[in-house]
Design a protein around this ligand. Structure first.
Ligand code: CMP
Length: 169
């Protein structure tokens, strides 16, 4: 499993990277309006106004990751919130429970909310394009967009129920 990200030309990822395995997207640049359109399709941003969406688009950075990159590792600190733009990831909730998340899904919210270590390991299954929000911007965002907090809570509650269900199965 690749732990160190590589640029498309094979070199090790640049100082831009957030956690050592992402690199600023080398694909066609995503225009601001395209980013806003994509963000609007993400359930947690559906209630945002155009002004709020513009603010979200401004603070999101676009990163790519190679298949098998470990994006979060259970037990380690986490400082980024990830929205999947393209590709899929595997969330290793437990040795017996793996989940797949795809375009429009998000992960990494738990550590940012409570400051605790990552609850699960998340691995890229395919080449990934991610929209990344750093923790300091994440909190500003929640202050500015209350609907986002509501949506995050809904998703969190769903995730807890699923986790509890599978623990009792
Ligand atoms: P965090 O704990 O910051 O890092 C690992 C992430 O995996 C976690 O945030 C969630 O985004 C995600 N995750 C953990 N458990 C589940 C679950 N049961 N269902 C979906 N996603 C999960």
């Amino acid at each position: 499993m690749e732990l160190v990200g590589r640029m498309p030309d094979g070199s090790v990822s640049t100082p831009y990277d957030l956690i050592g395995l992402l690199w600023p997207s080398a694909g066609p640049p995503i225009r601001q309006d395209e980013k806003m359109k994509r963000l609007q399709g993400v359930p947690i941003f559906q209630r945002c106004t155009q002004r709020q969406l513009r603010a979200v688009a401004r603070i999101t950075e676009v990163f790519d990751a190679a298949p098998e990159s470990v994006l979060t590792r259970a037990g380690e600190p986490g400082r980024e919130f990830y929205l999947i733009y393209d590709g899929t990831v595997r969330v290793v909730v437990s040795p017996r429970k793996h989940l797949r998340l795809g375009p429009g899904d998000f992960f990494g919210e738990m550590s940012l909310l409570d400051g605790e270590p990552r609850s699960a390991t998340v691995v890229a299954e395919t080449p990934l394009r991610l929209l990344v929000i750093k923790s300091r911007n994440f909190w500003d965002l929640l202050d500015e967009v209350p609907a986002l907090t509501r949506n995050l809570l809904l998703t969190l509650s769903r995730r807890v129920r699923q986790a509890e269900q599978s623990a009792t199965m």
